[in-house]
Write a protein that binds this ligand. Structure first.
Ligand code: PA5
Length: 476
């Protein structure tokens, strides 16, 4: 079933012959620890202090959701997500997704990777009735918020026509993240102005996705929104793409969420069962870890081939940096989009410090067949006729081969992750591969990959700053 491939052969040339054997035992132990983590959650017992928080719930989630869907169809979580998305798509023409960090990056990655690059420019028919999609609540940026409000309220006169209606989902596990909460309040106000403060429309067109408790949960229960999707305990933000956090937006985009989950489930199975050398998760961690340990290569460049993969890279940037950037350790992730960034960062990657592992993220097959047109000899002024008939994809393949060769010739370490196609099944595998790899590496290093205590410092200071300005305002 079209497995994605990981090939670190070129990177491994920097290491001795028996490179993997050296850490095989440690990696097996780290993988066993992950098995034990699952057991701790299953047993309902409290995780030992250094393991808290223990957010290993993501590992078995795809399998659980699929089997629940097989048994209970429309009453299962997946069934409810799909039917809510279907009905909402029919009702509205613009859909806003509020969320930040792990409550944002996955949905954005799915949208950019799998939807039409100019989705919002298409008419409704060409969009397959999928509403225009907007992301907010992922920053404190008054210009973008004002612009979005202008857009949303520009065409609101006939409340009964889907063309004039908009809805939103607000995603926050804690329910207290300031960026998302503030955006929600502002947009809720705008919606209330249009649909009426206590209207049934509001309760139908706003879909909260949140944890079992918190301010958003309380607010949602108070208002009585028709549907609320819960983010389960023991699944952390950046590991939550296969909860309603990623699945509901994906269903809104018209994507096949079952295939996404199937890909993820298959990757989990490979991780726990395939031997080293044939196991993308274990091999990826072994390669990254050994290069860091033996060659001080601690910058991990995810070299994505195609603009559609940029947000997939940003999703991984967050995953790696928030999970392992602790105790003054953790490799540095960098996303590049090629060939675009060969014209910016490429120079440094080819001749700069030898501190980078370049992992290519490559899509093997594309359905687009745009080719270079032929011109008569007298109008071949740009001298591109020698390429006539070749597709843009052919050029990209040559660029990948050429870039890899240039790095190899200078003994720069590279590895490839190959997605057979850019679709739900392949991305499901990829997201799960990277989440499992991040946790495996954390367990190997003795760093708890879950939680992000470092992020609290800015939040605390920001609240303090706001409180101080409030106090000053009150002074004569
Ligand atoms: O990975 C994480 O846990 C974080 O990036 C969170 O997703 C982010 O801070 C948003 O949190 P919340 O969903 O509680 O609003």
């Amino acid at each position: 079933m079209y497995p994605i491939l990981y090939n670190p052969a070129s990177a491994l040339q920097l290491l001795p012959e028996d490179r993997f054997r050296e850490i095989e035992t440690d990696l097996n132990a780290a993988r066993d620890e992950m098995r034990k983590d699952i057991q701790i959650l299953k047993s309902g017992s409290t995780a030992p202090e250094p393991k808290q928080p223990l957010d290993a719930g993501f590992i078995e989630l795809p399998r659980k959701l699929l089997s629940e869907f097989d048994n209970d169809r429309e009453t299962s979580l997946l069934g409810r997500i799909q039917s809510k998305a279907e009905s909402l798509r029919d009702e509205i023409d613009r859909f806003v997704i509020l969320g930040i960090g792990g409550s944002y990056m996955g949905a954005r990655a799915l949208f950019e990777a799998l939807c039409h690059p100019y989705h919002n420019e298409l008419d409704r028919n060409a969009r397959n009735e999928v509403p225009k999609i907007y992301f907010e609540g992922n920053n404190l940026d008054d210009r973008s918020m004002t612009a979005l409000l202008e857009l949303l309220t520009a065409k609101t006169s006939d409340r009964s026509s889907p063309d004039d209606r908009w809805g939103m989902t607000v995603i926050s596990k804690s329910g207290g993240t300031i960026e998302t909460a503030v955006a929600f309040r502002i947009l809720r106000e705008a919606m209330a102005d249009y649909y009426g403060a206590d209207s049934a429309d509001l309760r139908k067109l706003i879909v909260p996705i949140t944890g079992p408790s918190g301010k958003l949960r309380t607010l949602s229960e108070c208002v009585g929104y028709e549907d609320l999707f819960e983010i389960p305990d023991h699944v952390g933000g950046r590991f939550s793409i296969f909860t309603p956090v990623g699945l509901f937006p994906a269903a809104m985009f018209g994507l096949n969420v079952e295939k996404l989950l199937t890909g993820a489930q298959e990757m989990t199975e490979r991780f726990f069962n395939a031997p080293m050398g044939e196991n993308p998760v274990v091999d990826y961690v072994a390669t990254c870890h050994l290069l860091e340990e033996k060659c001080s290569i601690d910058i991990r460049v995810l070299s994505t081939w195609g603009t559609k993969l940029e947000s997939v890279g940003f999703w991984y940037d967050q995953l790696l940096s928030e999970s392992l950037g602790k105790q003054e350790r953790g490799a540095m992730p960098v996303t590049v989009v090629n060939t675009r960034d060969l014209h910016s960062r490429g120079q440094q990657h080819q001749q700069g410090k030898r501190d980078k592992l370049i992992t290519n993220l490559i899509v093997e097959e594309t359905s687009e067949k745009i080719a270079i047109p032929n011109r008569s000899a007298d109008t071949d002024i740009d001298e591109l006729n020698w390429l006539a008939g070749r597709t843009v994809h052919d050029l990209q393949k040559a660029a990948i081969a050429g870039t890899n060769r240039a790095y190899r010739e200078d003994t720069r370490p590279i590895a490839d992750i190959r997605l057979p196609k850019l679709n739900e099944h392949a991305l499901g595998q990829f997201f799960q591969m990277m989440m499992l790899a991040t946790v495996l590496e954390g367990r190997l290093l003795g760093i708890n990959p879950y939680g992000q205590p470092g992020v609290e410092a800015y939040k605390h200071n920001m609240i303090e700053e706001l409180q101080q300005t409030e106090k000053k305002k009150g002074q004569p």
